[in-house]
Design a protein around this ligand. Structure first.
Ligand code: FE
Ligand code: FE
Ligand code: ZN
Length: 278
């Protein structure tokens, strides 16, 4: 079965978000841990989480994905931005412990001119300061498109971050199909080659999730503009190969396409029809 879900905004708790996901044929979802600007996260409600867990189990949910705030920049040149990022990541991790069947994903950060190596060192320091034994795996780095001074748009950079982390067994990767293509990994014409390179450099065992997006931008553009499934530069045939690839088809897929909930439902129906079960 294809494990797929939309990006949802949690307004009435996790149970209600899970019901919304189910109503459009999804069996997982992604959500922001706090508003994208990085404000205070809503308090978790133990009763709501219990109801969510029961619903999730009864419906065979794949792990739900907590996405960190975009403003969380662990490797900014600005010390106060880095400190704020570590504070909200620590708070995200404390909440994650309470949410069953979870993955966490964050953008490694932007080095804001200091260079990739300095950026990677700050990201590693932040993870080593905030990750503890109690934090459940998996903490995923997101592969980026390479816009501006983004860190993590090459497999080598992702590997370098993971290698620096003490609890590296908790670290995974979430690849975003739009970002891969913009970063210069040709998932349209050479999906096998891209996955071989990832396996060689990072290791496929680290690959825990896929952000399934089409792209408004050209190959190797280093730009990050998501498009609806089948309407962008990746196209429906490449996306069909991605969801059915033997090395990917069992992973959870999260849609981050420019859609409201009904639009996500239509994409999920299309993708389920294109999926070939084992
Ligand atoms: Fe992201
Ligand atoms: Fe993404
Ligand atoms: Zn993106």
């Amino acid at each position: 079965m294809l494990n797929i879900g939309p990006h949802l905004t949690i307004t009435n708790g996790f149970e209600s978000a899970a019901k919304e996901a189910l109503s459009i044929g999804a069996n997982t979802f992604q959500y922001f841990t706090r508003n994208p600007r990085g404000g205070k996260a809503k308090a978790l409600d133990a009763e709501d989480l219990q109801k969510y867990a029961a619903l999730s189990e009864a419906n065979g949910f794949a792990p739900i994905m907590a996405h960190a705030a975009y403003t969380m920049n662990l490797c900014s040149q600005d010390e106060s931005v880095r400190a704020f990022a570590r504070t909200i990541m620590r708070d995200d991790f404390e909440r994650l412990v309470q949410i069953p069947n979870s993955l966490y994903v964050f953008h490694p950060g932007s080095h804001t001119g200091q260079g990739v190596d300095v950026g990677i060192a700050y990201i590693v320091d932040a993870l080593n300061e905030t990750l503890t034994e109690e934090i459940p795996p998996v903490i995923c780095l997101e592969g980026m498109s390479g816009k501006g001074s983004e860190v993590g748009s090459t497999f080598e950079e992702l590997r370098a971050i993971i290698d620096g982390v003490t609890y590296s067994d908790k670290m995974g990767v979430c690849l975003d199909t739009c970002h891969l293509y913009s970063a210069g990994y040709d998932v349209v014409n050479d999906l096998d080659g891209v996955l071989e390179a990832f396996d060689h450099i990072v290791g496929l065992k680290r690959l825990r999730a896929i952000h399934l997006n089409d792209s408004k931008m050209d190959f190797d553009s280093k730009k990050d503009r998501h498009e609806k499934i089948g309407e962008g530069t990746l196209g429906i045939e490449a996306i069909t190969r991605i969801i059915n690839h033997p090395k990917l088809k069992h992973l959870p897929f999260y849609l981050e396409t420019p859609n409201e909930v009904p639009g996500y439902g239509a994409e999920i129906a299309t993708l389920r029809a294109l999926y070939k079960p084992d």
